[in-house]
Design a protein around this ligand. Sequence first.
Ligand SMILES: NC(=O)c1ccc[n+]([C@@H]2O[C@H](COP(=O)([O-])OP(=O)(O)OC[C@H]3O[C@@H](n4cnc5c(N)ncnc54)[C@H](OP(=O)(O)O)[C@@H]3O)[C@@H](O)[C@H]2O)c1
Length: 296
Amino acid sequence: MKYEVYVEKNLPSLEGKLFLVTGANSGLGFSACKTFLAKGAAVIMACRNLKKAENAKNKLLELYPNGKIDIVPFDQADKASINELPKHLEKYEHIDALILNAGIFHPGKNLYTKDGYSLTVGTNFIGMYFAVEALKDQIKAGKFKRLVLVSSIVSHQGRSKNYEKYFKQEHRSSFKQYAVSKRMILEYGLYLSNELYGQVEVTLCHPGLASTNIVGGEASTFSKRFQHLGKKFMHKFGNSSDKSSLCLVEAAIKSPANLGYFYPKHFFHIRGIPKEKRLHLNEKKYARLLKSLSHL
Ligand SMILES: NC(=O)c1ccc[n+]([C@@H]2O[C@H](COP(=O)([O-])OP(=O)(O)OC[C@H]3O[C@@H](n4cnc5c(N)ncnc54)[C@H](OP(=O)(O)O)[C@@H]3O)[C@@H](O)[C@H]2O)c1
């Protein structure tokens, strides 16, 4: 089914709702904002590069001239910036969902976040974890109805008995780094759903394979040849960014409200419209992660 038809027929009106999306200037985050606006919701774009965010906002306003769009600064690779996020959100009384989408798939070795964590794990998981920690008071006060964590189909290749070894040093391939970061997100979602039960709903999603800027954006340090092949592969076998972002959108608005997991339905779950299931809470599944978190 085409993205536009799905949005028209399968998604409810979101008039009066407000969604906060991290990494909203590109790819899935941008597409999710587009869908929220199409259904009448307002969006807050949390982005590290304010110029890119303004450009993205203007593109959205071309599509939805009456769209309500705010931008807040947010760099998930910089704890100081992350810690400012609650202050930027003070003026919003209620946010229907926070979609924790910002992430990278970075090939570079020996690259670090501003706080000295290895870049991929430090951005994708540790920065996201710090953001949730920074927002805990607001979460406990009921500001957010739902948290959505964006993982990946490759998360099952990221299991480790010792996550902390990935925190400060680059280990193994860039793919392993990425898979580990997405595995930690999945396990953290299970943990949060238990820790914050009754205070906020927690859902997860993976977008399958989506044709975005993740391998070929301007910040990418993959070789030009890899970027070209990667983009071609994603375009041929995956979803458009808009279609994959439906998994993020449904994770933000649909049931199951707690531990719902939304992912593409077809072709080994890398493409198609969203399908959902409920994950089962098992404390053993995040015991290793909790041990590792004590190292942060
Ligand atoms: N595309 C796929 O096939 C796929 C599959 C599975 C999971 N995912 C996940 O989906 C999410 C979105 O990726 P995408 O495919 O849409 O890629 P994308 O087009 O590259 O978008 C990534 C977004 O995250 C932002 N971002 C990166 N580092 C950031 C930081 N330190 N602080 C704040 N924002 C940051 C980027 O901002 P800049 O423009 O400033 O870099 C951009 O807005 C990621 O978490 C990714 O792991 C994607």
